[in-house]
Design a protein around this ligand. Sequence first.
Ligand SMILES: *[C@@H]1O[C@H](CO)[C@@H](O)[C@H](O)[C@H]1NC(C)=O
Ligand SMILES: *[C@@H]1O[C@H](CO)[C@@H](O)[C@H](O)[C@H]1NC(C)=O
Ligand SMILES: *[C@@H]1O[C@H](CO)[C@@H](O)[C@H](O)[C@H]1NC(C)=O
Length: 438
Amino acid sequence: MGLMGLFGLFVVLVLASSSFTVPKAEAHIADFDETWQNRSAIARQVALEAYVHEPHNVTDHVNHMVHKALEGNSTRRHLGKYTGACMATNPIDRCWRCQRNWARDRKRLAKCALGFGRKTTGGLKGRFYVVTDASDESLTDPKPGTLRHAVIQDRPLWITFKHDMIIRLTEELLVNSHKTIDGRGTNVHIAYGAGITIQYQKNVIIHGLHIHDIKAGNGGMIRDSPEHYGLRTKSDGDAISIFASSFVWIDHNSMSNCMDGLIDAIMGSTAITISNNHFTNHNEVSLMGASDSFSDDKIMQVTFAFNHFGRGLIQRMPRCRWGFFHVVNNDYTHWGMYAVGGSQHPTIISQGNRYIAPTANYAKEVTKRDYASEDVWKQWTWRSEGDVMKNGAFFRESGPPSTDKYTRQDKITAKPGTFVGRLTRFAGALVCKRKSPC
Ligand SMILES: *[C@@H]1O[C@H](CO)[C@@H](O)[C@H](O)[C@H]1NC(C)=O
Ligand SMILES: *[C@@H]1O[C@H](CO)[C@@H](O)[C@H](O)[C@H]1NC(C)=O
Ligand SMILES: *[C@@H]1O[C@H](CO)[C@@H](O)[C@H](O)[C@H]1NC(C)=O
């Protein structure tokens, strides 16, 4: 499409969407028809209802559960050398892992989320859908048995895979509400093609996948539900793009080397937990809020817990705007520029992480603020509590210790960063075998 064509399209989008608060220009939707308009209005309502007015209740709950998971008999066992026996070292994993019958009890996972995405149940109420076919040929009429056919369905579904496979998505995969994509027991790679998009949807779990080498899609006609398809413009090349969506839980995935972000959440998305993932070989890891002028991102509330930010990462782990971010008990072993950053006064509560700075002297600072002078950013609440700083790493704190209007005396402190090695030990996609503990 030429420049004039793009401009024309932009005008049409603006006109078509003038009664909604969410700008559509970046939505990759060429025809913002009534179906998309309705979805956008409903998604906004869901997000407003998902917003938690006392976010510290949620951060406290995560910390409480970590304490509980590490107390008693578990602690000592985890100190020794790893023998290969199944171990669940954090409260999310302890909720479902190391059960012999896990493959017959997959939906147990749906009760295990913690943090802002804790109410995410995905396809809990649905039937199982087994993906048998790795192809992705027809985008408007996806073949039964393919991942695309599974995710566009309107009804809740718990999606698993018949065997190991590499799925190269021809264009972005548009995931509909109430889905779990569960890679456990199979070695499933979403790779070398387009990525996963969750747009104006709710209640999605993505678990146990390898997602890597994702490229931008060219756009085209793509089906997003049994009743609807439409023209999409080029996609960005994110591994997972969360767009104006709520209740999303991304757990135990291995993600690397994509064209844009590994996990981006934008346009008023909220109620998100990103946990137990292993990220490697990537520049801009996770963008939370894409626009300094989009204040609707104030409702964004995201938990990052038990992730391993590993080899070959450069920046944005995450890079935040506007919202509230609980970054707790993650292991940061590699970064090239900085780890946690942002603009537009996001609240960042960094607790019990391990930050291991790179050798380069210019990259010792964990934090980075953009587009604000010090007298402005010093008002932003960015706090570091119980973080372990290695190799000269330092976190530049700012703002008041708590965003609460009252002083919190009953606050639950996080498990300190010294426990992070244990808590993140099994980050990334797990190797699970039927009939043995996973
Ligand atoms: C959009 O919502 C309106 C009002 O609820 C409804 O009448 C209409 O049928 C919906 N259209 C589509 C395509 O879903
Ligand atoms: C937050 O926690 C306090 C103290 O436990 C409780 O009284 C209050 O109801 C909670 N608020 C919400 C919104 O859950
Ligand atoms: C002790 O270990 C058993 C077996 O793994 C587990 O079921 C139990 O919850 C643990 N107790 C505590 C307090 O961690």
